[in-house]
Design a protein. Sequence first.
Length: 199
Amino acid sequence: MKIIEKSKIIDIDKIDNWKDNARDIKPEDLERLKSQIKELGVYKPLLCEIAGDRYITLGGNMRLRALRELKIKQVWITVIEVKDEAERVKISLSDNDRAGFYVEDLLADQLKGLDINLDDFKVDLKTPDTSLATLLNRINSKDQIPDVDIQGEVENKGEYLILQFDDAETVNAFRDKIGLKATQKVIQFSIINNKYKII
């Protein structure tokens, strides 16, 4: 792939969707994409190749559909040159590659106190069987977490307690109860005044 023009604004009616594009979008996901564009704008150009006096979108076909439905007149593109059909397919696959994932606890910490509706986003979580509903419940229920019954071994080391939990759910509930972020691993517990200190 060779970049011909890195950034260009053109009329949307000069752009066509790639006829061989193998991707499609569910109506509800298209509505979600349109909602994101309305709120956040367009921050990534369409990847287009020149075809005579037209442009063909190789990367961003779903965005192009959303932009058309939103009646956007001009769009931001990057003009590329490709050598063959295999490279077109690779560009399409790469543009839509969902590498990476969100770590549930870190994302929950980020979202606490923020007015963000996760239904507006499709989020890849580290644990595949974790639903967004579970994550939202974790974010919103901090004040409703019941007292944690700590089961397992408790070792007294003078001014410190070493707690060993029997399962991850109890660990998460305990961490949420005392406000321990996912990135924080050490809790100092003072036996004298019965207070936790996160260090």
